[in-house]
Design a protein around this ligand. Structure first.
Ligand SMILES: NC(=O)c1ccc[n+]([C@@H]2O[C@H](COP(=O)([O-])OP(=O)(O)OC[C@H]3O[C@@H](n4cnc5c(N)ncnc54)[C@H](O)[C@@H]3O)[C@@H](O)[C@H]2O)c1
Length: 270
């Protein structure tokens, strides 16, 4: 699907990959662009970073971990902007931690990384279907295809995001709904390089396992690849080509894959 003359919504648009997606969309003459995030100041910065265009732009502050807030957001957008043709459900959080991960971290991770995508689709996809079709791009992670060292809730919820995307793609293919899931390894954003990192052992493990296993990509490079891949309607968007090899290794020799990952973890822990 092409962006030109489409109504587009991007979540997590105040920073990182979401800001880059907003910039890439703005370059392609959309009809309207809705940017959603918790962080109002960041949304204003994204607005300032967009190229001027003849499209309508709205900034919406919303806590996407909250189902009621998503309902209010969807009702407002559908009445003021109309049907969204292309939904980028990109907002996500990363909590490091192992079996001791708190209930609160589990709940936050599940609500943002999985349920915000499910809830956004619940409100926007039926309207897409009514209007003849649409496109959903969920941002998961390579952690959703493989795993994530030192970040248990992230690995599990990103698998949930991939599973939801696959379900949506299959169950609504005949309604002319197309779906992609973005699964990068390292991308240079606040998530991977948090300004106030405490550098706990788990944070170090999670961070090093990502930055030492492949190139850290620039968010603009990732967003431009996303534009290309949705143009071609490809389901799996892998900015790091090695992820396809790891994914295939995992599928074809799972026990060996697990042993090799455990060895990798040991080498990082020293
Ligand atoms: N950076 C990486 O290396 C990397 C790798 C793989 C996947 N991802 C995924 O990419 C997506 C974007 O992350 P990023 O790297 O740009 O990080 P980021 O921290 O720069 O951006 C995430 C954005 O999501 C917003 N957000 C978080 N919780 C929210 C909530 N409850 N309500 C509304 N907005 C909320 C944040 O305010 C922020 O603007 C995430 O889903 C992340 O898991 C990132």
């Amino acid at each position: 699907m092409e962006i030109e003359n489409k109504s587009v919504l991007v979540t997590g648009a105040a920073s990182g990959i979401g800001r880059a997606l907003a910039r890439s969309v703005a370059l392609r003459n959309p009809k309207s662009l809705v940017l959603v995030d918790l962080n109002q100041a960041g949304l204003e910065e994204t607005k300032a970073a967009l190229t001027e265009g003849g499209f309508s732009l709205s900034l919406e502050v919303c806590d996407l971990s909250n189902g009621d807030a998503i309902k209010v957001l969807a009702e407002k957008v559908l009445s003021e902007v109309g049907t969204i043709d292309i939904l980028f459900a990109n907002a996500g959080i990363s909590r490091t931690g192992d079996l001791e991960t708190s209930e609160e971290d589990w709940s936050d991770s599940f609500n943002v990384n999985v349920m915000s995508q499910v809830r956004l689709a619940r409100y926007f996809v039926p309207k897409m279907i009514e209007s003849g079709g649409g496109y959903v791009v969920n941002t998961a992670s390579a952690a959703g295809l493989l795993t994530s060292l030192g970040a248990l809730s992230y690995a599990v919820t990103k698998h949930g995001s991939v599973a939801f995307s696959e379900w949506l793609a299959i169950n609504h293919a005949n309604d002319n709904i197309r779906v992609s899931v973005l699964c990068p390894m390292g991308v240079r954003t606040n998530m991977l390089f948090p300004p106030n990192a405490t550098h706990s052992d788990e944070e170090n493990l999670a961070h090093r396992s990502v930055v030492e296993s492949g190139n850290v990509k620039d968010p603009d490079e990732v967003s431009e690849l996303v534009m290309e891949k949705i143009g071609a309607e490809e389901f799996l968007i892998l900015p790091h080509s090695e992820v396809a090899d790891f994914y295939s290794f995992r599928a074809n020799a799972t026990s060996k894959w697990i042993k090799s990952m455990a060895k990798y973890q040991q080498s990082l822990l020293g």
